[in-house]
Structures are given as C-alpha cells and as structure tokens.
Design a binder for this molecule. Sequence first.
Ligand SMILES: Cc1cc2nc3c(=O)[nH]c(=O)nc-3n(C[C@H](O)[C@H](O)[C@H](O)COP(=O)(O)OP(=O)(O)OC[C@H]3O[C@@H](n4cnc5c(N)ncnc54)[C@H](O)[C@@H]3O)c2cc1C
Length: 333
Amino acid sequence: MSTIATHDRCSSGAQTGIGTLKHVAALAAQPPHELKPAWREPLARHTSVRVGGPADLLLRVRSRDALRLVAAEAFARDLPFRVIGDGTNVIAADAGIRGLVIRNHGGEHGLCADGVTVWADAGCSLIGTARWTAGLGLSGLEGAATIPGTVGGAVVNNAGAYGWTAADSVTRIRVLDGHGERWIGVQEMRYGYRTSIVKQRPGWAVVLGAEMRLTRGDGASILAAMRERLAARQRTQPTAPSSGSVFRNPPGMSAWQLIDEAGLRGRECGGAHVSRKHANFIINGGGATAHDVAALIDEIEETVRSRLRVTLQREVEFIGAWEAARPQEHGTN
Ligand SMILES: Cc1cc2nc3c(=O)[nH]c(=O)nc-3n(C[C@H](O)[C@H](O)[C@H](O)COP(=O)(O)OP(=O)(O)OC[C@H]3O[C@@H](n4cnc5c(N)ncnc54)[C@H](O)[C@@H]3O)c2cc1C
C-alpha cells in the first residue's frame, strides 16, 4: 500500500475561508509589491515535473519583503498556506492545493563584512548564488552550483550533491513563524539526509534567507570545478521535466541501480516514464498527471521490495490534496 504523505498547512481537509484569501490577495495587491493574485492557478506551471492541479490562490513573490508580508498575514489569519520555491522537489496532487500557495523566486544576496560570509534571500536561485560566490573568489558552493531551485528550498531540504550539503555551508537561517521573525542556528534546523525541521513540520516557519560561511579561494579554479560538475551531471542525467532523484540512495547502494535491476528502466504509466538515461528520474513525457507519477513511484517501490528485498525511501515530496484522489489510502491532516 502506498503511503503518500501530505503534511502541510494546505490540505483538502483545511477549511479555507474565501474571505480570508481575498483579504490576503487585496493586501498583497497594494503598493509597494502590487502582487497579482492567481486564482485556481495550476501547480503544473510551478513544478519542474509539470504536474499538479490548482491552488485556490497563488501569489508569486519576488523579494524577501513581499514574502515576509504575505506569510506574516497568513500566519496572523491562520490561513492554510505553503511556500514553494521553484517546485523542483515537489509533486503536487491533481486535485491541487487548498488555501494559499506562495511561489517564492527572486531576491538579493550580499557579502558580509568578514569577506567570507554571504547572505542570500530564500528566493535567490541556488545555482546563481553559487556562481556569484565563485565570482567573489569564495569556495564552498561548488556542489551547489548544479542543483536547481532556490536557496530557500535547498536550506529546507538540506539539498546536496558531490559531497556537499546545505548544512555544510549554512551558519544561520532567518525564519518567520507565527510569533515573528528571528535567526535560528543549524542545530535548531535539525538537519538530516535531505531534511530539516522546516521540512518535517511544514507551516511551522517560513525561511526568509540564510547566511553561508565560505572560504577564500581562486575564482577561476572554483568556476572550473563548477563547470566540471555541471558537465558530469549533463552526461548522466536527463533534462526533460522531472523532480530529480525520486528515491534516496539506500546505504551503500544506488537507487537507480536497484530500479534498473528490478527491470523498470523505461517503464511507463500514462504520460510518465522511468528515464532511460537515469533510472531514478521519472520523466513527464508530455501530458502526465500527478496520478501517473505517483502510480509509477508506487510500482517501483513494490517491485524493488518484492524482487530485491530493498525498501526505497522517497526523496521527492508529495504536496496538496492527495487524499481527495486516493480516499482509502490517505487521510487528511
Ligand atoms: C533535474 C533535477 C536535479 C536535481 N538534483 C538534485 C541534487 O543533486 N541534489 C538535491 O539535493 N536535490 C536535487 N534536486 C531536487 C531539488 O532541486 C532540490 O531539493 C532543491 O533544493 C529544491 O528547491 P526548490 O526551490 O525547487 O524547492 P521546492 O521544491 O519548491 O520546495 C521544497 C520544499 O521546501 C519548502 N520550501 C521552499 N522554500 C521555502 C521557504 N522559503 N520557506 C519554507 N519552506 C520552503 C517547500 O514547501 C517544500 O517542502 C533536483 C531536482 C531536479 C529537477
């Protein structure tokens, strides 16, 4: 039986007052941010795998101030909401997401007075931020320079590649919760493999930005290392719409090898298929639904478990009203 989790303040179970949504939309539409509300906005437009039904209301924020304003209002009014960055690690339900989705992309970064610590707003591109640090001659984000998505998504997910994880560089995180804004340290983030307390408890806090401590290095060599890793990724991973690696690598094993050994490379379900280039990627070949992707994930889990006696753990996150589509399997939360 599949166990798709929907732990967010947005779920089909939440009672979302339309009046409250309209109030937040009207507030966000005022100067200086003048955000345009997108009602019943398909999440497929905001996730890299391009599946997902409508959010009741989606507000696209492009700065830390706009993120702060909208999220603070949602907290104050107890409005169900979820922040997403570039949606590169989430699979949104075909039934969509009830409540407010804050799509956060855009922000600023800066160098602190010590010359080795940098600040980045949550909406900054992680790759863009890494390249910018290389330009400053700062080393530390070489692995980050290949990971799609925002700084906020990376900080929440403890994203990682090529031996680097966000927790290696982040020194403190600026968060907003129901009580206001504050810094938290990495201890409080409770980092683990591709997880943090913010990921485990969606709706608990919004990440506004992060400070990262780097080291001095040679700009040209840092850029060369970034290019080398990018080229390696392009050789081994598909570029078609996906959510990246679907499963974590079990200790001492590669998820893609297990999927391959189970005979699932190229396996199709509706418009989704297991990538032939990298078997841990599920591709939306055009017209896939979230249900197609989820059904393929279920099939991979079941087949790898029964044929190879290995239980795969998901790296991608299911968000939204999944229980509406699969009432027997998933309760509301
Ligand atoms: C082709 C491809 C390759 C990938 N390769 C890698 C890889 O090598 N390593 C890796 O770790 N990942 C990889 N990923 C997955 C993904 O890129 C990372 O997890 C990334 O850090 C997610 O960032 P995002 O902005 O897209 O976050 P989203 O997917 O939008 O969100 C991820 C989670 O963070 C939460 N969130 C986002 N922003 C905030 C915020 N400001 N405040 C509070 N919560 C927030 C969301 O609610 C969600 O729970 C890959 C994905 C793709 C498509």
